[in-house]
Ligand binder design. Structure first.
Ligand code: ZN
Length: 556
């Protein structure tokens, strides 16, 4: 087995292909989707039942007892232990699926005597058993998230109690782990039997995929990747397979190791590929200003524009057709075949818009992390900005959060750095030449003109330059050794050290005030320590108006 050659793999990524199943295969896939939904719902049912039983045990007046299928571990016989974790839920489900409650039948023999036979869940052998298990694991995660959210251990929007999944003829998904048994072939394989464009799944067989799988196959055969699990999903009138792998580290030649890279000015939209070292230049931080006119503008502290990407506005371009197709759906009679067809057309258009946006974001984030070892982003209060009704659609369309997420994890793969500047840093309103603050700058001003020194610069570039300058002033100088980063990028998967750069001095006395007499430096930076979080709730709801005022004033 080639897998032995892998020394260290901690990079998780996934490949997504469009499936091309036969009619029979499609039916089997549908069974699995249904089984995943059933498993989730049944596990939830068992959980609720056990909780109810436990509750009535505490207050005996109710006197309801469980049927005791999963009570082996409990001290009180007949009363279920409440399964909370994925592991317990799997055990509970497995006990249930063989029990009388899941299925039974009467068998009459030749003498005419009837006898009860416990069959359990009769159709369980038709699907991969892991589908149930993974559904139970999902439920365990949902319960945990709900609990953590309730107790305050989890940040972000409130997570409700998990609900039963409903049947959907057009959606749903299931997950299968790649079980590896010693001496046997892996359960999930690519390119079996002279069919390079195929994925083999246990019990389902060889599924044809539409795209070329060569890149992934090569990684697997050379031992640079290991398939962890696959998720098969249905959407936009297609079947999709997403193969999650554990991959070897990016090749050292592609990483930002020793020599500090000098960003080059942009030429016809493409940065000149110059990796020459220049001792005269500073650490080479590149500020990235995300906006609506230009999706991203990159600039160095000495005012050189290294990247400018126009905003493709995928939604705005696709909106007329989206609107037409939505109207077509609502005109069709409910439950009719015509309506189903119209829904398919509509979902294809949604998918098209999403794909276009996704494509651009990957291109931009790749270009950024490929060419620049040190990037500076700004922490944007995206939720706050979205409450501006005139801009919210455009902000959603631009997907700034996703761009930042991609830049962050991709930069981590390349050993680069990402620093996130505090959201109160007035990057747009500050003159990048003399540092004067222009409080009267509005969204309409596309060019920054300084009243003090007469400096004139493109608004977005000015902001990017300010971000780069901020990073150069607030991070220790970088020595040229490999892995020297002070602010190695934080990646959830890599679990590396993380920085959310904290403003130490403020160029303005115009910053928003916090409640309770907090100093300026405390506002919006409640956690100056190792935290990298794109959840935009950081500023808190109570500061929403302040956030908005500032954020919209700063950002187009
Ligand atoms: Zn100035």
């Amino acid at each position: 087995m080639i897998r032995g050659r892998i020394v260290y793999m901690a990079r998780h990524t996934s490949f997504r292909y469009c499936l091309d199943p036969t009619v029979e295969q499609e039916r089997v896939l549908s069974w699995h989707v249904g089984a995943a939904r059933f498993g989730f719902n049944q596990a939830l049912h068992l959980h609720k039942e056990a909780r109810y039983a436990a509750h009535s045990r505490e207050s005996p007046g109710l006197g309801v007892r469980s049927d005791g299928d999963h009570s082996e571990d409990d001290t009180v016989p007949g009363v279920a232990r409440v399964p909370w974790t994925g592991f317990d839920l799997i055990t509970a489900f497995n006990a249930w699926k063989r029990s009388e409650a899941a299925g039974r039948r009467f068998v009459v023999d030749a003498n005419g005597t009837a006898r009860l036979e416990v069959t359990g869940l009769v159709w369980r052998d038709k699907v991969v058993a892991q589908v149930f298990e993974e559904a139970a694991v999902d439920l365990g995660r949902a319960l945990r998230a709900h609990n953590d959210s309730r107790t305050g251990a989890r940040k972000g929007p409130t997570v409700g109690f998990p609900r039963f999944k409903k049947k959907s003829p057009t959606g749903g998904s299931f997950r299968i782990r790649n079980k590896a048994t010693a001496g046997r072939r892996a359960g999930i394989r690519l390119g079996d039997g002279d069919r390079p464009r195929s994925v083999s799944l246990p019990k389902i067989g060889v599924l044809r995929v539409r795209e070329d799988t060569r890149r992934l196959r090569r990684m697997v055969t050379k031992g640079r990747a290991r398939i962890l699990f696959v998720t098969v999903s249905r959407g936009a009138n297609r079947w999709w397979i997403s193969i999650t792998i554990e991959a070897a580290d990016v090749h050292p030649a592609l990483r930002h190791a020793a020599a500090p890279h000098v960003p080059q000015p942009v030429k016809d939209g493409v940065e000149a590929a110059n990796r020459q070292d220049d001792a005269g230049r500073a650490a080479g931080w590149v500020g990235v200003d995300r906006g609506l006119h230009a999706l991203a503008v990159g600039g160095t502290s000495d005012g050189v524009e290294v990247l400018r990407v126009s905003n493709q506005r995928a939604l705005r371009r696709g909106l007329p057709r989206l609107r037409r197709l939505s109207k077509a759906v609502s005109r069709k009679k409910k439950g009719s075949k015509n309506r189903r067809r119209a829904v398919v057309r509509l979902s294809r258009q949604h998918a098209r818009i999403r794909d276009r946006r996704c494509h651009v974001l990957h291109q931009v984030s790749n270009q950024l992390v490929k060419n620049h070892a040190r990037l500076v982003l700004e922490d944007l209060n995206i939720t706050g900005m979205r409450s501006n009704q005139k801009l919210s659609r455009a902000i959603n369309d631009a997907a700034w959060g996703e761009l930042a997420r991609q830049v962050t994890y991709k930069q981590a793969w390349r050993d680069g750095q990402v620093v996130v500047v505090d959201r109160w840093f007035p990057s747009s309103k500050t003159c990048s030449s003399c540092g004067t603050l222009r409080k009267d700058l509005t969204l309409k001003d596309r060019t920054f003109e300084c009243h003090e020194c007469g400096h004139v610069m493109d608004r977005d570039l000015n902001a990017a330059v300010n971000l780069a300058a901020w990073a150069e002033n607030h991070t220790p100088p970088v020595d040229d050794g490999a892995g020297c980063g002070v602010a190695r990028v934080g990646d959830r998967q890599a679990a590396g050290p993380v920085i959310n750069a904290h403003r130490q001095d403020t160029p303005t006395d115009d910053g928003p005030r916090g409640r309770g007499g907090k100093g300026l430096d405390d506002v919006g930076t409640s956690r100056p320590h190792t935290r990298f979080d794109w959840t935009p709730e950081k500023g808190g709801v109570s500061q929403a108006t302040q956030l908005l005022k500032h954020a919209v004033g700063c950002r187009p």
